[in-house]
Design a protein around this ligand. Structure first.
Ligand SMILES: [Ca+2]
Length: 246
């Protein structure tokens, strides 16, 4: 009996150590989803367009990291002066369909004096599997709305816990549709007025951090495994002890 008791104690100790090790080893790590060429280091990887007096360039004089940044701007208030940078579409991977939360981050600098009402409009947009049907978006206005003007350093915007299920305004993606791809779109004087000069962008990043398995959709299986390797030996130990004391 003493031998059985010793074995069960050993099982219990090994199981406890295994669970502790498993918790550490299975701790989720961020997965980078996109976009391609996040800091303009590869030059012409992003789509771009200009019209009128607006301008854009891959700038090599004032990057946040590396050698380059995405610059765009306009100095003349007229609706025909527009410019935009748009990333290639990238997969949302495990975050598709809102299954996992995402973090959207980038750095920006608005070196000129920002006029009242002027904003550079940044979009993080969701599309279907084909990357062609628009389903929803996050919208970030920068400049007058964010209280920035004559910035001497870059600032970093970080939006956390984004799920590809609804817009920033809370409107859900159409029923039956599934967001599986995305892009990032930086616009100048298109959706918001902008005649406040340069706007610099760098270090775009969309990551996801899968939830630990014990709180994910796999929790019933995790609970069953936990019961087998911890609770069962513990109950057996308790039962044997009980029989010995009778
Ligand atoms: Ca860069």
């Amino acid at each position: 009996m003493a031998k059985t008791l010793g074995c069960l104690k050993a099982i219990f100790i090994i199981a406890s150590i295994s669970i502790a090790a498993l918790s550490v080893l299975s701790a989720p790590k961020p997965i980078l989803l996109g976009p391609p060429d996040p800091g303009a280091e590869l030059g012409g990887q992003w789509y771009s367009g200009t019209n009128g007096a607006a301008y854009l360039l891959v700038d090599t004089t004032d990057a946040n990291h590396g050698n380059n940044d995405f610059t765009l701007g306009n100095k003349i208030a007229d609706k025909d002066n527009i410019a935009d940078w748009r990333s290639q579409v990238f997969s949302l991977g495990p975050a598709a369909g809102g299954a996992e939360p995402m973090t959207f981050s980038f750095a920006y600098k608005l070196p000129g004096k920002v006029n009242a009402g002027d904003n550079i409009a940044v979009f993080f947009r969701f599309f279907d599997e084909a990357g062609t049907n628009f389903l929803g978006q996050q919208f970030i206005p920068l400049g007058f709305s964010s209280g920035d003007s004559e910035m001497s350093d870059y600032k970093t915007v970080t939006l956390t816990n984004i799920r590809a299920l609804k817009n920033a305004t809370g409107i859900r993606i159409p029923k039956g549709a599934r967001a599986a791809t995305a892009d990032i779109w930086v616009t100048c004087n298109i959706f918001q007025p902008w005649a406040s000069g340069d706007a610099r962008f760098d270090d775009f990043s969309v990551t996801t951090l899968p939830a630990p398995p014990w709180i994910s959709r796999h929790w019933p299986a995790c609970l069953a495994v936990l019961a087998i390797i911890v609770i069962v030996p513990t109950l057996a130990l308790w039962a044997i002890r009980g029989r010995r004391t009778v």
